[in-house]
Write a protein that binds this ligand. Structure first.
Ligand SMILES: Cc1ncc(COP(=O)(O)O)c(C=O)c1O
Length: 498
């Protein structure tokens, strides 16, 4: 450690580019502070008197004095009347050694380069799982993306401006962690009318996404190491949320009609909750028949379990009306309903919601207040206006028509271009179609071939716990024009047949 003060070292540091925009006294203060933190100026070292240092640097004494005053106030130096200024002895090694060594900064305490912070076991797990990757551009055949190019932006902008004008400064303040009242009213009205739910605005919690809702469920409903049930195959975001909370995910298989409720009865794990997509099973597209819905509700009531119903894209049903949600059928209030605006509006909005049984509202609202406080007020109120003024239902109707036509084009393109390779199962709704590979075709290889032609395919295998019973892809089509679907499918067929 340096036992003397070296002017040259200080001068070098004063020349650093990041200090140049600052006032002279600030530059001296920052330079000295950096040298102290790096250990180049050791604890207890006497600093030159301000008059002496000012003379050496060719600056006014007040300038150095000002820097010393600030360093003293912040605890980096001590000053003794009549004795001088000293580097503080009380700075812990974690502070002193914390800045990476820079070449040419003179003699200093040897510091090792900073290492990655040690993660908790949970942190390590989250890192290893790799998170969830979202599609950030429109690309054939990335699943889950709605049409965004035809979104009524002019209407949205008008409503946004209206909200600013009507609510003025209040939207700039913090909002209710449970969500803005007008939006909770609009969501409850919509769900009760359109999704057959039975809920009041007091049961709605507005969030940034379904994924945030899942994380809250994982944290509040199951302890670390305890089991949770999840349909298999299933949404990777749900699995990641449960794993991130260190719960034990137990898969419950689905068949052509969705979740096998008979397997629920056979489960003896004592899991507190079950994640399920009854309206449009992800990824198979199956709709859970009424019989199984009732079975599910009875199972939850008898065994006092929570049903987490993810109703992510059920608005888009093309053959008849969408089935009513489980939440509305459940008289025992064991269902937690999750909805998102990512599909019905646009994913960049980052807004979703939950319908909670009344006894859970407080706990979930408090937990969310810790996470991120609340969802941006301006956006919530704009969505509320969009819904109140009828634009939401109109947009869904328009998109349903558009997607139905695109689904037909995709199904037709698969059967014309990929005979003997893949077989698409037309689901009754949604934004994507599961496509199963014929014998002899490898999922992994086809994904690689497609990528080489600029086509993005999501393999079905990662969506299974264990081995996929039927390898294939999940083909997204809702964000692509009919022409784009046809052109991309032709390209895909060409590269696969090569
Ligand atoms: C089954 C399912 N649930 C939820 C979501 C995500 O919704 P959010 O964007 O609100 O997190 C997705 C996204 O693709 C999904 O496929």
């Amino acid at each position: 450690m340096a036992s003397t003060f070296e002017l040259e070292t200080l001068n070098m540091r004063l020349g650093a580019a990041d200090l140049q925009p600052l006032d002279l006294h600030q530059r001296i203060q920052r330079a000295l502070r950096a040298l102290i933190l790096e250990g180049a100026l050791a604890p207890g070292l006497k600093l030159p008197a301000s008059r002496v240092l000012a003379g050496s640097l060719g600056v006014a004494r007040d300038t150095v004095e000002n820097a010393y005053v600030h360093l003293h106030r912040d605890g980096f130096i001590t000053r003794r009347e009549g004795s001088g200024s000293y580097v503080s002895n009380t700075l812990g090694p974690e502070l002193r050694g914390g800045v990476q060594r820079r070449p040419g900064a003179g003699r200093r305490r040897e510091t090792s380069p900073p290492t990655a912070p040690a993660l908790s076991r949970r942190g390590q797990l989250i890192l290893e799982q790799g998170g969830v990757s979202d599609q950030q551009e429109i690309r054939a055949f990335a699943p889950g993306l709605p049409e965004t190019r035809a979104f009524p932006l002019a209407v949205w902008e008008r409503l946004h401006r209206q909200v600013m004008k009507d609510y003025r400064g209040s939207v700039l303040l913090h909002g209710d962690p449970q969500g803005a009242e007008p939006l909770r009213n609009a969501i409850a009205t919509y769900l009760n009318l359109e999704r057959g739910a039975k809920c009041s605005p007091e049961q709605i919690l507005v969030l940034s996404s379904t994924r945030q809702a899942l994380l809250l469920c994982a944290q509040l409903l199951a302890d670390a190491g305890k089991p949770v049930l999840m349909e298999n195959p299933g949404y990777i975001g749900a699995r990641r949320a449960f794993e991130a909370a260190e719960t034990r995910v137990i898969p419950i298989d689905v068949d052509d009609h969705g979740l096998r409720t008979d397997l629920l009865r056979a489960d003896t794990s004592g899991a507190a909750c079950l994640y399920v997509t009854p309206s449009h099973q992800y990824p198979t597209g199956a709709t859970l028949p009424l019989e199984r819905r009732l079975d599910l509700i009875n199972w939850a009531a008898e065994q006092r379990r929570w049903i987490i119903e993810d109703d992510y894209d059920s608005e888009f049903h093309y053959d008849g009306l969408p089935t009513a949600c489980v939440q509305g059928l459940d008289p025992y209030r064991r269902t937690i309903y999750l909805g998102t605006f990512s599909k019905t509006l646009f994913p960049g909005l980052r807004m979703g919601y939950m319908v909670l049984p009344p006894e859970l509202v407080d706990a979930f609202t408090r937990a969310r207040s810790i996470m991120d406080g609340h969802t941006p007020q301006l956006l919530q109120l704009t969505v509320a206006r969009f819904m109140e003024d009828g634009h939401y239902n109109a947009h869904i109707r328009a998109m349903r028509k558009l997607y139905r036509a695109r689904r037909t084009v995709l199904l037709d393109a698969v059967s014309r271009h990929l005979p003997g390779i893949a077989n698409a199962l037309p689901p009754p709704g949604g934004l994507q179609i599961p496509c199963f590979l014929a014998d002899g075709w490898s999922e992994e290889r086809t994904l690689r071939q497609a990528a080489s032609a600029g086509i993005q395919l999501l393999g079905l295998s990662p969506l299974y716990a264990g081995t996929a019973s039927r390898p294939g892809w999940l083909l997204g089509y809702a964000s692509l024009t009919e022409h784009e679907i046809e052109a991309a499918m032709r390209r895909l067929a060409k590269v696969l047949k090569r």
